[in-house]
Design a protein around this ligand. Structure first.
Ligand SMILES: [Zn+2]
Ligand SMILES: [Zn+2]
Length: 303
């Protein structure tokens, strides 16, 4: 029997310092310890481009997705001191990429050099978030995907200032909900002949956007940026991680070998979720290690 190493680090996690989580940081730390993790990285949201055109109105024009940096840093350091004998804590950021805010994003990074790890994520496309179903109003799902990956490619090429690219096919979590189960079955069975037939919604989306996605992967590799395996979709019942197997295989085939893993937990019950499945998936895609980051430098761990 070959011995395998499981993944004991969750490098994508939120707490009440992100506008979409109400979980105290300490609760996330305790959940990570209860699951036997050896390290975690908090990656609170910074999204300067908000509210979006399809955000349900809440009466405010100000984005809540900015971080109270001093408070975040202070609480992080307190917990780091308190739990250092039990678990390693890292200080990170999930940076919402958007071309319109390119210079403000650059300024923010220059002014805050203390992060251990920065995830770059495309949450919006054409000033809308696919999280809200109205993103898909008036266009086909195919068109929505083209738009999203076109914007994602521009973001990655223009702002390669982060360590790992978050949930590359984030839009799929929501795009799949646009189809009924019957429509999905038809969609996936229509495609190609036996040898090239896609096996999943993620495969189908990749095949339709291969040109754009391959260019994103090439850009990441050229800039020594890691690709994230985000396991949150598994918790929500989506069949694959973001990104799925087809994209991970392609990244490996193109020579990519920097992969980070995170459950994107906003609540304690999601901390560390799906890390074993991610390890199996990565091994199946011929990866022999994953990486974590400290002071923006990668640390390799065998799989
Ligand atoms: Zn995200
Ligand atoms: Zn996140």
């Amino acid at each position: 029997m070959t011995s395998t190493n499981s993944i004991a680090s969750d490098f994508h996690m939120h707490s009440s310092f992100s506008a979409d989580s109400s979980t105290p940081m300490e609760e996330q730390v305790k959940a990570a310890m209860a699951r036997g993790l050896s390290s975690i990285c908090f990656t609170e949201h910074l999204d300067l481009d908000w509210p979006y055109d399809n955000t349900p109105a809440d009466g405010s024009d100000e984005t809540p997705f900015v971080i109270d940096y001093e408070a975040y840093r202070g609480e992080f350091q307190r917990l780091q001191g308190k739990y250092q004998a039990y678990i390693q804590l890292y200080f990170g950021l999930e940076l919402g990429l958007n071309l319109q805010y390119q210079s403000a994003i650059r300024d923010y990074l220059d002014q805050h050099p203390d992060f251990d790890f920065i995830i770059g994520s495309t949450h919006s496309s054409r000033h809308m978030d696919p999280y809200y179903p109205t993103f898909f109003d008036g266009i086909t799902v195919e068109e929505a995907l083209r738009r999203y990956f076109t914007d994602a490619l521009q973001n990655v090429q223009a702002m390669p200032w982060f360590d790992s690219y978050g949930h590359l096919d984030y839009i799929l979590r929501y795009a799949m909900q646009q189809f009924t189960e019957k429509e999905l079955r038809q969609l996936l069975s229509q495609r190609g002949n036996c040898s090239s037939a896609p096996h999943s919604f993620s495969d189908w989306a990749y095949e339709n956007n291969k040109d754009l996605i391959d260019e994103i992967l090439q850009s990441l590799i050229a800039n020594h940026i890691a690709l994230e395996v985000n396991t949150q979709p598994l918790k929500r019942g989506f069949p694959e991680t973001n990104p799925g197997k087809a994209i991970l295989r392609k990244y490996r085939e193109l020579g990519g070998d920097l992969v980070t893993v995170g459950a994107d937990a906003h609540r304690p019950d999601s901390v560390g979720f799906g890390l074993d499945a991610a390890a199996d998936l990565l091994r199946a895609c011929c990866f022999t290690s994953y990486v974590t980051y400290s002071k923006r430098q990668s640390i390799r761990h065998p799989l």
